[in-house]
Design a protein around this ligand. Structure first.
Ligand code: ADP
Length: 668
């Protein structure tokens, strides 16, 4: 039994990199290089077709032209300089002089065309970026929203990937489209480099060219390698960067503006920002120094040797001595060759450095896509629920919606939310659900909407499991308003019509829904009536109070009912309404909901008492149910809480939200 210990030692030893055989270490390094350098570039080429053939073609041709123009300039000016002594000797008006002028015009023309085309290249790059990013965004939205459930989108790891993908797209910086543009910009650089090396070959022969090519390759590789390693650190420290960006948003944004002032929390937030900044910057900068310093010394040395070698070749050629008498001609270089050689050598060495228009975008641009693909993969892997095929009958639910022996736990969570819940909602009636915080009321809504699937048991509509229904049809049957309903930065009318966005916008129905909940006059009084944008920060945009927003949400659900939904689910629909507005809503409730099957979650007993049936849930089970009158007849949990709240209300405390929550104890 002493074996395992020896095994452990042996296993851990074999994992020590320094003790691995050289060949396997080299293989690993080659594989890592392939993944991070070559495969990463190939990925950019693979998404290039998204840019559209003509744009890619145009930018490629432009790259060739922009790469060739400096060479034309270089040759024209060198030849011109070489021709100066003769032309000066011959005088103005001679053929030699005219030749000089022609060369000047060619050089100047090449320079000017380059100046004119450079912005065109930029513009095409931007167009390509927009096109590629737009398509990637659309594709991601389609695949992420096409999943039935939302489990993966509520998962911490996926959310973090989502945040990582979102920032570059929001800022239009370091996006996949940038990477494609950056890749195409390389054509100009490499065309120019290739032409310079041809000139160098012609002037100095293969040895100098080979040495220079090797030096340029080493310098470029070193540059890109450093950037690649830094990019890996940037990704690893992503969570620290996100915390920093969050704190910047909070301190500068309007969301926390009120609290920051009232609680005087700015120094505290500034402290947090300071800590977050150094938590991100210290390790990142330390890594940056580690990554760049040693290579910097090595590459600078290589660079200096390359420059020295190149200039020495030039000088020795010009002086006619030659470094290698066998290889180099004797005799001084012509003035043209000297000028051209000098320009070609310095030009080539300049191209051994970083390419700002390309390097960072090709290095960082694909990070957002990688993160996005990971989100998509998580969503797709999680999207295993059946889509269902059965048509939802036109009158469903006709009898009931039945939660039968329902078991549910959130994926990855130990806690059991429902452990055999049985509950029947009578069709056409209203059922109110009450229970302590965390009892599972919202979860029940999510299961009904099939945003999650039960672990066991099921939900049956007139006897058919909702998992068998065509998912799209089933969801059209529902009108659901979550507590955290979406406040779209759209017009009031669009905010209401969002309840049935798949049917043509019906202005009359929008107005009827707004009127039903007492919001029509308020909305009509805004600068553009129902077309006013419900958000500050837009011209004539307005913000609504919490209660007004809640009415808009209720109007949205009523609009959905008007457009064919038959099951209405409202989570705390009146929590932000004042007592009078709430009373008004419930007075009209039956009228407004027109016989729909209604599930109402509310912690205000004054509102749930009007429901046809009240259901109290606790620990994943129904513990009490019946009408208000039934439940008040015996000593129920419901009655105790109702009386407690009524007492507080009589004492005049109920209008206050905190007191209200208080009155519930922990019950909501
Ligand atoms: P209620 O609406 O009754 O307040 P919920 O349905 O929101 O309760 O929550 C029921 C339980 O499930 C709670 O313990 C809550 O913490 C947990 N829960 C809610 N949403 C998630 C989620 N996305 N992932 C994991 N657990 C969750």
């Amino acid at each position: 039994m002493s074996e395992p210990v020896a095994n452990v030692v042996r296993v851990s030893k074999t994992h020590t990199p320094s003790e691995k055989p050289l060949t396997s270490r080299l293989r690993e390094r080659a594989a890592a290089y392939w993944d991070s350098a070559i495969e990463a570039r190939l990925r950019i080429w693979r998404i290039m077709p998204l840019a559209g053939g003509w744009r890619v073609g145009a930018l490629a041709v432009l790259g060739l032209v922009l790469g060739a123009l400096p060479i034309v300039f270089m040759i024209a000016t060198s030849t011109m300089i070489g021709g100066v002594p003769n032309a000066v000797g011959a005088g103005v008006g001679t053929a030699e002089w005219d030749g000089l002028v022609r060369l000047f015009l060619i050089g100047a023309g090449a320079f000017m065309v380059q100046q004119i085309l450079a912005p065109v290249q930029q513009m095409l790059g931007l167009a390509i970026q927009r096109e590629v990013d737009g398509k990637i965004r659309d594709q991601a939205v389609r695949s992420v929203t096409s999943s039935i459930g939302i489990a993966s989108l509520e998962d911490g790891k996926t959310l973090s990937k989502f945040a990582e993908a979102r920032t570059p797209f929001e800022n239009n910086f370091h996006t996949p489209g940038n990477a494609v543009g950056g890749m195409l910009f390389l054509i100009a650089r490499y065309t120019q480099l290739f032409a310079l090396l041809v000139i160098i070959w012609a002037l100095f022969g293969p040895a100098v060219t080979a040495a220079l090519t090797a030096a340029i390759f080493i310098l470029r590789t070193g540059n890109r390698g450093g950037l690649r390693n830094y990019s890996a650190i940037w990704r690893t420290n992503g969570h620290l960067r996100r915390r920093l960006l969050y704190l910047r948003d909070v301190t500068l944004g309007s969301l926390a503006a009120k609290e920051i002032r009232v609680f005087g929390s700015m120094p505290w937030l500034r402290g947090r920002h300071h800590d977050a900044f150094f938590a991100f910057a210290d390790p990142t900068n330390a890594e940056r120094r580690r990554i760049y310093f040693k290579p910097y010394l090595v590459y600078t040395a290589v660079g200096l040797v390359a420059v020295a070698w190149a200039l020495f070749s030039l000088v020795s050629r010009a002086a006619g001595t030659g470094m290698d008498a066998g290889e180099l001609e004797t005799g001084a270089m012509s003035l043209t060759d000297l000028t051209l050689g000098l320009q070609a050598l310095t030009g080539a060495l300049m191209l051994a450095r970083d390419y700002p228009e390309s390097d960072t975008s090709t290095q960082f641009g694909m990070n957002a896509l990688t993160a996005l693909r990971e989100v998509e993969a998580a969503v797709i892997a999680d999207d295993t629920a059946p889509r269902g095929e059965a048509a939802v009958p036109e009158d469903a639910p006709h009898h009931s919606i039945e939660f039968r022996d329902l078991h549910f736990s959130y994926p990855g969570a130990d806690e059991v939310v429902f452990d055999g819940l049985n509950l029947t909602l009578e069709a056409g009636k209203s059922t109110a659900l009450v229970g302590v915080n965390g009892a599972g009321k919202t979860t029940l809504m999510k299961l009904l909407a099939r945003l999650y699937e039960p672990t066991a048991g099921g939900i049956y509509v007139d006897g058919t499991n909702i998992a068998d229904f065509d998912i799209v049809q089933w969801r059209h049957t529902l009108s659901v308003v979550f507590q955290d309903f979406v406040q779209y930065e759209f017009s009031a009318a669009d905010n209401i019509a969002a309840g049935a966005a798949s049917v043509p916008h019906d202005r009359a129905a929008v107005e009827a829904a707004a009127a039903a909940i007492g919001m029509l006059d308020t909305l009509r009084d805004t600068p553009h009536g129902l077309d006013t944008t419900l958000a500050r920060g837009y011209a004539d945009g307005i913000d609504l109070s919490g209660g007004q927003w809640q009415r808009v949400a209720i109007a949205r659900s009523l609009y959905a009912l008007e457009k064919g939904a038959r099951v209405l689910v409202l989570d705390e629909p009146t929590a932000a309404l004042d007592v009078r507005a709430e009373a008004q809503f419930f007075d009209q409730f039956v009228d407004l909901t027109r016989g729909a099957t209604t599930l109402l979650i509310s912690h205000r007993f004054s509102s749930v008492r009007r429901a046809d049936r009240i259901v109290v849930i606790e620990n994943g089970q129904v513990i009490e149910q019946g009408s208000h009158a039934d439940l008040m007849q015996t000593d129920t949990h419901y009655r105790r809480l109702f009386e407690l709240q009524a007492k507080r209300f009589r004492e005049g405390l109920d209008a206050d939200e905190d007191a209200d929550a208080d009155a519930m104890g922990t019950v909501r």
